[in-house]
Ligand binder design. Structure first.
Ligand code: GLA
Length: 731
């Protein structure tokens, strides 16, 4: 059992294989946080909390004039509201009598086997081989009877704890949640912590920023209705001296695809508090008597082995515990070619078959028909929402087109953008009230499209029905699910004026219902997510999509940074990456080596390639297959940080049994007649001998030599040369 309750000390210890998390039912039945970090077997760490008379920090009335007890200075598992704690809080509720207060005290707890699930929101699951236990702690406000249940699922082998909260209105009148975070995490001393986040923009997603905590509230958020290009719903708090290999690192990934918020405050006593959850901006959610409200889950992990250690825990967890699709592991994902950058909106069935024929020689196994095949869709002004085949373009019909592609021995994939509608579409003409538009105003256009009110059941049903009809009409193997704008006009015609604060969250719940109705009912179709590239790449989406289109930016050198940043959380097998015509100065082989750092494919017009290029692509497609398992399921190491001024960028994938490794090196700035460069490997077995191949030489070296001395990378090679080193243990 990974959850231990010590009845006399009133402590709960949550043990994973390498971490311990401890909390305690403390003074006046407030639940205190005691510890999170490397495994500790002590059952009561409350000696860590010292109490002082803290000026201007109030004392709860029932502490009976005990001036040393203030919630402002206690580490807590969840916060109160208006009970003397002035720090950022995890709950803001307006009670039925109009007051803003919450004073949650422990009333009960339960422990059970397996992870918790949430109403309408995705969560991680346990495989048969996983040991997972859940602790639920109920806090209740004695006056309002509002209950908050703290949920903790402990994934023992993975070193991950999944958390969320459930609010129950046990009172007689309706309450309004103004802010409800998924968890609260207090650090007794946060002075030496750095905050890492993954900010970006369209085409430049998930760059890496690191800054020391200062005495402010640091905010990482999206208010765009999608988890966004601008911020990812992930942050890490790491020791100031933590690097790739050493130092304490705490990761927090929110399983939510809408507007989110993470706040970290370093307070007056250098305590740090972190909260994360649904963005409270434009949020106000009523909960009727007897009803519940569930927050999205958060996945937290801890490693004392640096940023790399933290990332590898996430990679394992995302591969194992988020998505049950057979395409995650059991069925090899095909090399694909996508028509977007080849033809944009200008194609027909004949052109698609031509692309397929040419691509076959490149080792491509699947053709993906991107935007433009449906309704009246010749540019981005029309057609969205009309999910029926445009027979002017696909003259032979979809079933027949797919048959022709299948006859070439290739699979077929298709593109949808379910949540959107064009004003020039049959759907909009029939249901103008289905869009999000604030009364008396015109909706903001973005890419000339409007957003459907996906929180509405009739909209959800339309999408499920119309998209499933297409999916069931032909032998479709793959779907790219796109979303090409942010949400700007929060309004639902299906809700009364006083309930408009629900719209943003209802949209996300509605979206998950639509995805359940389409994705979960088609286990034989492989689904890839996309939002103008990686605008909604998050751990909730990965419960549906086996992979996510990382970015519309296919420039290979930009992708070095994009993949580096994404790899903080996401494993290679989830990151869509393609070879395209962008950056002609970069050799095809190098583009492919970089795309192999994700799910591999092409995004170009195969009919225009020269014979030599087709052959090079074929070699690269074969290489992708050859190293598929190593690349997708090995342990990933970031070897060089491309955000620094470097001459080479490198990363490595090591087989779980350390018998093999793949080290990819890209030369980005090798000056003429410069010094010899070495790339030091990681994660190998020190005393084993490995053969190394990849730059024309073949030699043998110990793991020790490869990790401490490194691989010498040839100099005087053309700019942007890629070396893919294969290391194979002898014996
Ligand atoms: C988005 C996607 C692209 C492509 C276009 C089609 O921008 O990220 O890959 O599918 O939409 O409109």
């Amino acid at each position: 059992m990974s959850i231990l309750y010590n009845e006399s000390k009133k402590t709960f210890s949550l043990h994973t294989f390498r971490t311990t998390y401890q909390l305690k039912i403390g003074n006046l039945n407030y639940v205190n946080h005691l510890y999170y970090g490397s495994t500790i077997h002590d059952e009561d760490l409350s000696f860590l909390i010292r109490r002082y008379d803290r000026g201007f920090s109030g004392n709860p009335y029932d502490s009976l004039k005990e001036r040393t007890f203030s919630l402002d200075a206690q580490p807590q598992e969840f916060t109160t509201q208006q009970q003397g704690d002035f720090r950022i809080n995890s709950i803001e509720v307006q009670n039925a009598d109009g007051s803003f207060s919450f004073d949650g005290r422990y009333v009960s707890h339960t422990v059970y086997k397996g992870p918790f699930t949430l109403n309408g929101l995705p969560t991680a699951f346990a495989r048969e081989t996983d040991t997972v236990d859940t602790l639920e702690i109920v806090l209740e406000d004695a006056v309002t009877k509002v209950r908050v249940t703290l949920l903790y699922s402990v994934f023992e082998e993975a070193d991950v704890i999944m958390r969320a909260v459930r609010v129950h209105n046990g009172g007689d009148g309706e309450i309004k949640l103004k802010r409800i975070m998924s968890f609260n995490m207090d650090y007794m001393n946060g002075k030496n912590l750095d905050l890492i986040s993954l900010p970006g923009r369209y085409g430049q997603e998930r760059q890496v920023e690191r800054q020391p905590l200062t005495h402010h509230v640091h905010k990482v958020r999206s208010g765009r209705g999608i988890s966004s290009h601008q911020q990812n719903p992930f942050i890490a708090l790491v020791e100031r001296n933590a690097n790739e290999e050493y130092g304490e690192c705490y990761g927090f990934a929110l399983m939510y695809s809408g507007s989110f918020l993470a706040e970290v405050e370093l307070d007056q006593y250098d305590q740090a508090r972190l909260v994360m959850g649904i963005n409270d901006r434009l949020f106000s959610y009523p909960v009727a008597p007897g009803e519940d409200f569930d927050t999205p889950a958060v996945l937290m992990t801890y490693s004392h082995k640096g940023l790399g250690g933290m990332s590898r825990k996430y990679h394992n967890f995302i591969r194992n515990n988020l998505n049950k699709s057979k395409f995650v592991r059991d069925v090899k994902r095909p090399v694909l070619i996508n028509t977007w950058e080849a033809a944009f909106f200008t194609f027909d069935d004949v052109k698609l078959v031509e692309i397929a024929k040419a691509a076959k020689g490149m080792g491509v196994e699947m053709v993906v028909m991107d935007d433009g095949w449906f309704g009246k869709r010749d540019d981005d002004n029309s057609g969205l929402g009309d999910w029926y085949v445009n027979e002017k373009k696909i003259k032979c019909g979809l079933t027949e087109l797919v048959r022709q592609i299948n006859d070439l021995g290739m699979k077929f994939g298709i593109w949808f953008e379910p949540e959107m509608v064009s004003e020039d579409s049959d759907l909009y003409r029939a249901h103008p009230d289905w869009v999000m538009e604030i009364p008396g105003r015109h909706a903001v256009r973005s890419r000339n499209q409007l957003v459907l009110d996906v929180g509405r059941k009739e909209v959800q049903d339309y999408l499920i029905e119309s998209i499933n009809r297409i999916l069931d009409s032909a032998n479709i193997y793959y779907v790219k699910w796109d979303d090409n704008r942010a949400i700007t006009d929060l309004w639902s015609n299906s809700l009364p004026a006083e309930r408009q604060g629900e719209v943003s969250h209802r949209y996300v719940l509605g979206l998950y219902r639509v995805m359940d109705g389409i994705i979960k009912t088609h286990p034989n179709i492989m689904f890839e997510g996309c939002a103008g590239g990686g605008g909604r790449f998050d751990t909730a989406m990965l419960t549906y999509f086996v992979q996510y289109w990382s970015s519309d930016n296919t420039k290979p050198l930009d992708n070095l940074k994009l993949h580096y940043g994404s790899s903080f959380l996401y494993p290679t097998c989830t990151m869509g990456a393609h070879v395209s015509n962008a950056s002609p100065m970069v050799p095809l082989e190098t583009k492919a080596a970089i795309a192999m750092c994700g799910t591999f494919g092409y995004e170009l017009d195969a009919t225009k390639l020269k014979k030599k290029e087709i052959q090079a692509c074929k070699r690269m497609s074969n290489l992708y297959h050859k190293y598929y398992d190593l690349n997708f399921f090995g342990d990933y190491y970031r070897l060089v940080n491309p955000f620094e001024q470097v001459n080479l960028v490198a990363w490595e994938s090591v087989a779980k049994d350390r018998s093999e490794a793949l080290v990819t090196v890209i030369t980005v700035n090798l000056t003429m007649n410069g010094p010899q460069e070495y790339i030091k490997c990681r994660g190998l077995e020190p005393n084993r001998l490995y053969t190394i191949e990849g730059d024309g030489e073949k030699y043998t070296a110990s793991g020790m030599a490869l990790m401490h001395a490194g691989i010498p990378v040839p100099r005087e090679v053309p700019d942007f040369t890629a070396f893919i080193y294969h290391l194979k243990a002898i014996g």
